[in-house]
Design a protein around this ligand. Structure first.
Ligand code: GUN
Ligand code: ZN
Length: 456
């Protein structure tokens, strides 16, 4: 729902009928998911005061106290969690012709400069969050810009929509244009103020956000590490080992570090609340550091292909104990749809020369992809009691999906045999057009405008 159509409070009791899918555990890589996938076709999802309380078959008697929303024939899943995305970069999606470092200079930094203006930050944050919801994503770990006002605007817009959001002012005190640089003292003061005002307020958490090691001095990275150590529960997000020229530049800038990841490790930035975007060009020792710390990688396949960064080997990372979740990385990525991103993830995994000996189940199943984008991300973020599944007690952040849009997908779904084949076809062919409605804590926040055939 756009902000000009205010949503009312959550109904006291809400029952939503559809094909319910969520996960109780990691399904692994097999096409047979075992008990980890919980598919309950044609059930009522029951919500009280904005929280999931259970699910019942449709022959259960529901008294008049339940507000019923009948979405039979549609898929109902927990909202997706995008673990790496840049709010101000809607303006640079689909920019032609560059790799990472030139892409930043040519397109991205100029676009982010606009957010020095509070009005732009407010406008952009609203568009960004409404677009996330319309894509089926109800929670995200987000980069705004270096400007304090961009983080304030994003937090306030998320709070107004009741969303679970993690974000923090971007830290950049060098190698960025005028107007996009902070300094250590000002950045620290701004972060402290933002943490004190927003971390733990409503459904918001603060994430300390050095953009990447190239745009922060050692002093600024040390300050970021101090913030992580002194404020329990804050997160840390950044980029690592995305592009080969970037990796070479880091080695020049930080000759004392063993590797690009080691720059962060030396500053106390690798913890079980750290999410590193990309991680394509890491080595075994780096992966051991991530595993030991319980840190994760946000795999961003759309972006990695679009800006030509490389092929991330999810299977290898997991075989070495590294946790992996999934991000769109808009504007490097070409859209906010996690379905399209997972479909891209499948293609990357199909191409990557996987380095795991004896691996036979190397393709990205629908189970693994959908788990990673829901419960897997929630667990990594220590939020699985709030989001990512239909466990009783979680907040009712869910999305109602059409299984198919258009004649090609409709036909493909008709002939699909078995649940995995259906889900995989949906994951591969679906996108934001398949989102019928998106709900946050039991409140409908987005409903697709009527299709011509429905309106007629
Ligand atoms: N590395 C540093 N900044 C960025 C960014 O905005 N996008 C991506 N994809 N990589 C980065
Ligand atoms: Zn990014």
């Amino acid at each position: 729902m756009n902000q000009d159509t205010p949503a009312g409070p959550a109904p006291r009791r809400l029952a939503v009928r559809g094909d319910l899918l969520d996960f109780t555990a990691d399904p692994g890589w097999a096409v047979e998911p075992g008990a980890a996938a919980r598919f309950r076709p044609d059930h009522w999802l029951l919500v009280e005061d904005g929280r999931v309380v259970g699910a019942e078959p449709t022959d259960a008697a529901l008294d008049a106290s339940w507000l019923r929303v009948d979405e039979r024939g549609r898929l109902v899943m927990p909202g997706f969690i995008d673990t790496h995305v840049h709010a101000p970069q809607l303006d640079v999606i689909a920019s032609f012709g560059t790799e990472l470092l030139e892409w930043l200079e040519t397109y991205t930094f100029p676009a982010e400069g606009l957010y020095a203006d509070a009005g732009e930050a407010v406008r952009g944050s609203a568009l960004f969050l409404d677009s996330l919801l319309a894509s089926g994503t109800t929670s995200a770990l987000v980069f705004p810009t270096v400007h304090k006002v961009s983080a304030e605007a994003l937090f306030e817009a998320a709070e107004a929509r009741g969303m679970r959001l993690l974000a923090g002012k971007v830290l950049m005190d060098r190698h960025a244009p005028e107007g996009l640089r902070d300094d250590v003292a000002q950045a620290e003061a701004d972060c402290v103020d933002l943490i004190e005002r927003f971390h733990g307020r409503a459904r918001l958490s603060y994430a300390v956000t050095p953009r990447f090691a190239a745009t922060s001095t050692r002093e600024q990275l040390a300050m970021a590490g101090r913030l992580c150590a002194s404020y329990p529960g804050v997160y840390m997000q950044t980029h690592v080992a995305e592009n080969r020229a970037e990796v070479r530049w880091m080695a020049e800038l930080f000759p004392e570090a063993r590797s690009y990841l080691d720059i962060y490790a030396r500053h106390g930035l690798v913890t079980d609340r750290s999410v590193f975007a990309h991680g394509i060009w890491l080595d075994d020792a780096d992966r051991a550091v991530l595993r030991e710390a319980g840190a994760s990688i946000a795999f961003c396949p759309s972006s990695n292909m679009f800006i030509g960064s490389g092929l991330f080997d999810w299977l290898q990372a997991e075989a070495q104990g590294v946790r992996v979740n999934v991000g769109t990385d808009v504007g490097g990525g070409t859209g906010l749809s996690m379905l399209r991103t997972l479909a891209d993830g499948y293609k990357v995994q199909a191409l990557v020369p996987t380095l795991v000996d004896g691996a036979t189940d190397r393709k990205l199943t629908a189970w693994k992809g959908l788990y990673a984008a829901t419960r897997g991300a929630a667990e990594q973020l220590h939020l699985s009691r709030e989001i990512g599944s239909f466990d009783a007690g979680t907040l009712a952040d869910f999305v109602v999906w059409d299984w198919a849009m258009g004649p090609v997908a409709t036909r493909r779904l008709e002939v699909a045999r078995g649940l995995h084949e259906r889900l995989f076809a949906w994951m591969t062919l679906g996108d934001e057009r398949n989102v019928a409605s998106a709900w946050v804590a039991g409140v409908e926040r987005y409903r697709r405008p009527p299709l011509a055939r429905e309106a007629g």
